[in-house]
Design a protein around this ligand. Structure first.
Ligand code: ARG
Length: 584
């Protein structure tokens, strides 16, 4: 039997079958497979230990029984050894490695092979979601970059992904923007840089309407007119949305992001009444000081701090639209999973939101989607403080991406001064944007993200330039040998033999594990780390073993390793949202 794409799940099933042969069905044996320390094997099953302890058996003897009961094909594919108190190690045999490498030979194969846990599910990913009438700044980077990577990873795992940009396009700020716009908007500036001008009039409007002032009352009147559908203000609001979208679109194009839907807060305006009604009918919500609130009395914090879903003045709020959004996604998109990306400061909001949704859907008998708040830390400078421009302003995302490309251009020019300038500019776009994306993705998203130009543009370390360079290096092998990298001549390849060939082949097999950890935990850094290690294994191989040699069998097997490294690195990077290069 051929070794399937995802080796760990193949071993998982084999060990479960073995346990069942031993008559252990229903006793809760879990194989607990993981990628092993290369000194011991490729995969390790740790589950025998816990099970034997629980059942008061000798762990090592129990592990041996499991091994003895394994299907004979497993013994043919792996060297199986016991270690320590009862760990079972599996090392793929070299000829089986060759067979595996032979079968998975394109990005397409890696894609279909990787699909598993999320296969057939529908996921709504709510990301980027900036507020209109303001430019995107550095704080908007993480949601867009991590969100796009998760969309691609979920797709790689076989899910149908719906990309939904939940724009903040409704709310009290529009009273102030209209107030400022009507007084100070400059038509010339509006034509030249509309979003800049909108931001300016908003700031003026905000400054001119302090708390308890007559001006603030006037701004409120503008808001009431907008909410009541008065034509003039509605037209202004539409204009603000269009202008904002134009500016956002520029950023999305540069990051390679295309949304399926842009259903902002305003879309849910007419859908909140049903939320109030159903929450009240099912006894979840109550009136407190005129507002509609939901208490979660089982929760230590939320039993005294309720979830406010309708303000005392009757206006809807962020919670109300988010509740309506959850229902829409469940009913309209039939979502099996919903992932919403924002920074950690909204953790309480989403915890309360999800508790409310779960109780509400249960009361109504609606199907429950999996709900995830994919939160992330702040972006800071190397001093640990919030990242600011030199004069203390916020860094606009547009300027940041420009700077990344400029810096990458300097790097490329230093490395490859002989390439024509147009090509260096093109490479710089890929490297610069890729560096910004990758340095964000490669860190655990829960931590604060320390933004450092020097680190993200370094040619060694776990960085985009290092990985893109690795890809370009493999391409150059094919180019120099006059071979088509999509269909290199691989016939007659013999199994990997040298330590570096074997180490590289074993790494290649573990792609599926990395994709799975990243997708299951919605944490792209697991895949980044894998790609970095794969590139390292490739470097060691390349340094030790000459590829273009006379012996046709050796040459074919080394070309095979080069080719599989290439498609694995490219597939991985593409599914993180990066573009790759043939030459750098
Ligand atoms: N507009 C919000 C903000 O800028 C993010 C929205 C996230 N999505 C959601 N469904 N609440 O903070």
């Amino acid at each position: 039997m051929d070794l399937p794409f995802h080796v760990a799940s193949h071993l998982d099933s084999a060990l479960r079958a073995s346990a069942s042969r031993l008559g252990l069905n229903g006793r809760g044996f879990q194989p607990e497979l993981r990628v092993a320390d290369p000194a011991h094997g490729d995969y390790q099953a740790n589950g025998a230990l816990a099970f034997a302890k629980r059942e008061k058996q000798n762990p090592r003897a129990f592990a041996q029984q499991l091994v003895d009961a394994l299907d004979a094909s497993i013994q043919g594919q792996f060297e199986v050894t016991l270690a320590g108190p009862g760990f079972i190690n599996f090392r793929i045999k070299a000829d089986v490695l060759l067979g595996w490498l032979g079968r998975f030979d394109s990005e397409e194969h890696l894609r279909t092979g990787a699909s598993s846990a999320r296969s057939g599910q529908t996921w709504v990913v709510d990301y980027s979601s900036p507020n209109t009438a303001k430019q995107m700044h550095v704080g908007h980077l993480r949601s867009a970059v991590i969100g796009e990577a998760l969309c691609r990873l979920l797709t790689l795992n076989g899910a149908r992904v719906i990309r939904d940009n939940h724009l903040g396009d409704w709310g009290t700020q529009f009273g102030k923007i209209i107030y400022g716009y009507k007084r100070w908007a400059d038509p010339a500036a509006l034509a030249a840089d509309p979003i800049e001008e909108l931001e300016r009039v908003y700031q003026l409007g905000h400054a001119a309407t302090p708390a308890d002032s007559a001006e603030l009352d006037e701004a409120r009147v503008e808001l009431v007119k907008l909410q009541a559908g008065e034509a003039g203000n509605v037209a202004l609001w539409k204009k603000f949305s269009e202008v904002s979208w134009g500016a956002f679109q520029e950023i999305y194009d540069r990051l390679g992001i295309k949304f399926d839907h842009v259903l902002g807060e305003s879309f849910y305006n007419d859908k909140v009444d049903r939320v109030y009604r159903e929450l009240a009918e099912s006894g979840l919500a109550e009136i407190s000081d005129g507002a509609l609130v939901v208490f979660h009395s089982e929760h230590p914090r939320f039993k005294t701090q309720p979830f406010l879903v309708r303000k005392a003045d009757g206006a809807s709020n962020y919670a109300a639209t988010d509740l309506a959004t959850a229902l829409y996604r469940a009913e309209h998109f039939h979502a099996d999973g919903i992932a919403i990306l924002t920074d950690f400061r909204q953790a309480d909001h989403f915890e309360q939101l999800f508790l409310t949704v779960q109780k509400w859907f249960a009361a109504r008998g609606y199907r429950q989607p999996e709900l995830h708040h994919v939160s992330f830390g702040a972006v800071t400078g190397e001093d640990g403080k919030a990242l600011k421009t030199r004069d203390g302003g916020t860094i606009k995302l547009k300027a940041l991406l420009d700077e990344a490309v400029e810096r990458a251009f300097a790097l490329v020019t230093e490395k490859s001064p002989d390439l024509p300038e147009a090509e260096r500019r093109e490479i710089a776009r890929t490297v610069g944007i890729g560096a910004v994306q990758y340095s964000d993705l490669s860190q655990n998203r829960s931590s604060n993200y320390v933004f450092s130009w020097d680190k993200m543009l370094a040619l060694d370390g776990n960085t985009a330039p290092y990985l893109l360079y690795a890809v370009a290096r493999v391409h150059s092998i094919f180019r120099k040998a006059g071979l088509d990298p999509t269909h290199p001549p691989l016939a007659g390849a013999t199994p990997p033999e040298t330590p570096q060939e074997l180490a590289l082949a074993r790494r290649l097999v573990q792609f599926a594990d990395a994709v799975q950890s990243a997708t299951n935990q919605l944490r792209p850094h697991f895949l980044c780390l894998y790609l970095f290690e794969l590139a390292g294994a490739y470097s060691a191989f390349y340094a030790a073993d000459k590829v273009i040699v006379d012996d046709p069998a050796v040459r074919a097997r080394r070309l095979l390793l080069c080719h599989r490294t290439l498609i694995t690195l490219e597939t991985g990077l593409h599914h993180l949202g990066l573009r790759t290069l043939e030459r750098m």
